[in-house]
Design a protein around this ligand. Structure first.
Ligand SMILES: [Zn+2]
Length: 89
């Protein structure tokens, strides 16, 4: 799992299709054990190592990601078209 900053105000987001999700935290870079915990939606959880997790609605999350990607693609396409026009001059 990709780890974000993991602070309380910027927790690691965990997309979940259910009300709660089991999350594993590798507290130390070289840790051999994973600290498992349940994270409930609307109730951010702090691991023993101080790392925060927050369960979010997966459906909304992926829709949002899709929209962002689409916007980025359109932006790049517009940029590319602009370049093409400049080259034609
Ligand atoms: Zn941890």
């Amino acid at each position: 799992m990709k780890r974000g900053p993991g602070t309380k105000s910027n927790p690691n987001l965990v997309p979940s299709f259910e009300e709660k999700r089991l999350v594993g935290c590798v507290c130390e870079e070289d840790a051999t054990t994973i600290n498992w915990m349940w994270v409930h939606k609307g109730d951010p959880k702090r691991c023993e190592c101080g790392y925060w997790f927050k369960a979010i609605d997966a459906v909304n999350h992926f829709e949002q990601v899709e929209k962002e990607m689409e916007a980025e693609i359109l932006e790049r396409k517009a940029e590319w078209e602009k370049q093409q026009k400049l080259q034609q001059k």
